[in-house]
Design a protein. Sequence first.
Length: 80
Amino acid sequence: MEKLTAPEEIVMQIIWQKGPGFIKDYLEAHPEPRPPYTTLASVVKNLERKGFVKGRKYGTILEYTPQVSDKVYKKKFMGG
């Protein structure tokens, strides 16, 4: 498991709070100033590549589900 960058951690916190969802859901929950949709989509793709989320395709859109719990991540990288 890799340590997340600051932007990835922000997005992952949102995903842990919201649970499974779409990019637009995470964008609405993102604190101001919100990044552009494409930037957020790139961050989520990186999270998928790193194994933190998994995308499930519905037609042309993807629903993302967390694959690593916040407790596991915090225990590994934040000393519990």
